[in-house]
Structure formats: structure tokens, C-alpha cells
Write a protein that binds this ligand. Structure first.
Ligand SMILES: [Zn+2]
Length: 379
């Protein structure tokens, strides 16, 4: 047997790219200049990820403003905002180190993506010699664009939810059409939905079930054969080497998360104090038959927020521990999160984004080697 490997998606953007993005926002360089920097960063990301031995690669989301805002704006500063959006909507998350990330706000309808993940993937596909994956954002994150209370005149919440489901479905289908072999849906708001943080009102509204049902509206539009390759990623956040919801009991999410009829899950775990508890919960709640697909649990064995590189032996031991609770044919290996979900991130615990890139590839290589060692022992 062979334990499958898959990364979540993002890598830190090189400092030159972060500087170029700022220069583009200030109007001192052209879009073509920015794109040249993005191309170079994507090429470097793909080549170096391929060199780790990873069977599947991504472009590190080097063109995306963030994992959540790529359909909405060209840059995190808000350059190139989609129609019917304005700056300064609600907080998506407030992180442990005190910084926060804010979404734009919806001012009317209909809502359409300005950019699909496939727009970026098409540019990166020719740079890869190995199969590529693509991450997309969940409709449950976009739910937060609509005002928490009340209705937008002329554009009901129901109309909006219909629109985001259609756009998300299109995002996934187009990524497959562009050549992705796997598409994972980022669902970092899942654990955060149980936080009840008074500074961030949506986290106190008990939205987890609504999020799960909304995401299933999209996932259920796909056949079992398609859903084998559609995943869900969960984490407690991973921005500027900080988290937003690691203090929330994981069980509150994990006992419900597998209700989503996805074929696989990319599950943060390496940074948990009690990893055995997480393996147990995943073994207990993941389903052998989720409307026609067996759910594969890719356990996070690498912590992208910590510059210390995990050894292959550590990875092996964690996967062997996980295999005591999760059937080995439904076990995979992943990282806890993308290495930099937001484009502007200097990776403070690492000292620089460029150093953090070097570390990221070493960590991925350890995961691949450790998974091979565990596969041999489980065979
Ligand atoms: Zn994540």
C-alpha cells in the first residue's frame, strides 16, 4: 500500500513579489510587470515542489490575493474589486497575535466571481511536469460577504446563496477542465464558527451547520466519481505564523465536518497538543460511504507555522499512530495548512518569506519521505 500525499495549496510569496504587488497597488508598475513576477514565482514554486518528490504539485497560489479573496479582488489592498463589492466588510478572522483579516462587503447583486481559480491554473499548467491540484474557496466563506443582519434591497440572501453556489460549482468544474486532478475546498471558517468571539459577531451565531449544508449544496452537484477528487481543508487558520481558532474544541467541528459528501479531507493536526484525540475523532466520524465515496483522511503531519523542520521519522510515527484509528486505505498525509494563505505575509517566526519558502520545501520533502516509510511498515 502507498499512503497518498497532497499539499493544501499556498506557499509564501517571495519578497520581490510582495514588493511588486505593493508597487502595483501604488500604480508605479504595470499589470504586465506584476504578472512577470507572478509567473517567475509560480515557475519556481512548481519546480521546487516537483523536486521534493511530491506526486502532485500546486503553483503555491502565487497569483492569488489570498485563498479566500482570489475571486473578489486582484490584490489584498483591494485593487480590482469585483462588481457590487465595497471595502471593509466584516472580519473573516481575528488572529491570536492580534492582527485581523477583513472581507469586502456586498452592496448589491447579482454576485459573480471576478476571477476563477482556473484563470490562474491555466497559466501554471504548462510549467508543471507532474499532476497539479487546485484549491478553491468554499461558499461558506463567501456567505460572510452578505451583511450579518438584514437584507440588501433588491438582492435577497437566498438569491445571493444561489449565486455563490453556482459560482463555486463553476470554480470547481473549470479547475478540473483546466487540468487539475484534484480540487480541495478551503474551509478554515469551520472551526472558527464555534469560537463565539464577541469581537467578531458572526462567530457567535452558531453557523457551522448552515455552512456545512451550504457547502453540500455544491458538493452534491457532483457525481461520486467526481467527488473522489473533491476535498475539504480544515485548519484553525495559518496567517503570519498565527492561528484564529486553535483554542476551540476540535470535536465540535470534526463530529459534523464529515457530513459534507467530499471524497477526501486535508486535516490540520501536527500543531495539536493531543494528536491522538484528532486521529480518534477522524476515525470515528469519517465515513466509509459518503453517498458513494469513501472519505480519505489526509492528516496534517507538518506545521507550516513553525520553522523547525519535522523529520521523516516523526512523520512516519504520526502516520502509524493515525493508522491505529483510521483504516489505512483511507489515510493520507498533508500539511496542516497552506504555507501562506495570504499574499502579503512576511512569515515573522521564520524571519523572511524567502527563508520560509526554503523551509516549506524541506518540510514537504520530509512528509513525502515519512509517508513512504510508513507505507512500507503498513504494507
Ligand atoms: Zn488552512
Amino acid at each position: 500500500m502507498r499512503i497518498p500525499n497532497e499539499n493544501v495549496g499556498s506557499l509564501p510569496r517571495p519578497m520581490t513579489l510582495q514588493d511588486a504587488t505593493q508597487a502595483y497597488d501604488e500604480g508605479s508598475i504595470s499589470h504586465a510587470d506584476l504578472e512577470a513576477e507572478q509567473d517567475a514565482a509560480c515557475r519556481d514554486s512548481i519546480e521546487r515542489m516537483e523536486a521534493t518528490g511530491s506526486p502532485i504539485v500546486s503553483d503555491g497560489e502565487q497569483r492569488a490575493s489570498s485563498f479566500a479573496t482570489y475571486p473578489l479582488a486582484d490584490t489584498l489592498a483591494g485593487t480590482g474589486l469585483a462588481d457590487h463589492l465595497a471595502p471593509e466588510g466584516q472580519f473573516f478572522a481575528i488572529f491570536e497575535d492580534g492582527h485581523h483579516r477583513q472581507l469586502p462587503k456586498l452592496t448589491g447583486g447579482p454576485f459573480h466571481y471576478r476571477t476563477f481559480a482556473s484563470d490562474y491554473l491555466k497559466k501554471s499548467m504548462p510549467m508543471a511536469t507532474k499532476p497539479m491540484k487546485q484549491a478553491v474557496i468554499a461558499p461558506s466563506m463567501l456567505w460572510l460577504l452578505y451583511p450579518l443582519d438584514g437584507e440588501i434591497e433588491g438582492y435577497s440572501r437566498e438569491q445571493f446563496l444561489d449565486d455563490i453556489c453556482d459560482e463555486c460549482e463553476k470554480d470547481i468544474r473549470q479547475a478540473f477542465e483546466a487540468g487539475a486532478v484534484r480540487v480541495s475546498i478551503d474551509f478554515t471558517e469551520g472551526r472558527l464558527a464555534n469560537k463565539n468571539d464577541p469581537r467578531n459577531p458572526w462567530t457567535g451565531r452558531g453557523l457551522l451547520q448552515e455552512f456545512i449544508d451550504l457547502n453540500n449544496r455544491v458538493i452534491n452537484r457532483f457525481t461520486p466519481e467526481e467527488r473522489v477528487n473533491i476535498g475539504i481543508h480544515t485548519c484553525p487558520g495559518g496567517d503570519c505564523d498565527s492561528v484564529h481558532s486553535k483554542d476551540v474544541d476540535y470535536a465540535l467541528l470534526l463530529e459534523r465536518m464529515f457530513e459534507m459528501n467530499a471524497g477526501y479531507f486535508l486535516i490540520q493536526c501536527a500543531s495539536e497538543d493531543d494528536r491522538e484525540y484528532v486521529y480518534e475523532l477522524c476515525g470515528k466520524y469519517s465515513r466509509e460511504d459518503a453517498e458513494g465515496v469513501a472519505q480519505v483522511c489526509f492528516m496534517g503531519v507538518i506545521d507550516p507555522l513553525n520553522p523547525e523542520v519535522e523529520t521523516p521519522e516523526y512523520v512516519r510515527d504520526e502516520l502509524l499512530a493515525a493508522a491505529k484509528h483510521i483504516p489505512k486505505e483511507r489515510l493520507g498525509a498533508t500539511d496542516d495548512c497552506g504555507f501562506s494563505p495570504f499574499s502579503i505575509d512576511v512569515k515573522p517566526k521564520h524571519g523572511s518569506p524567502d527563508f520560509a519558502r526554503d523551509i516549506a520545501f524541506q518540510k514537504i520533502e520530509s512528509r513525502i519521505k515519512g509517508a513512504e516509510m510508513a507505507s512500507r511498515e503498513l504494507s
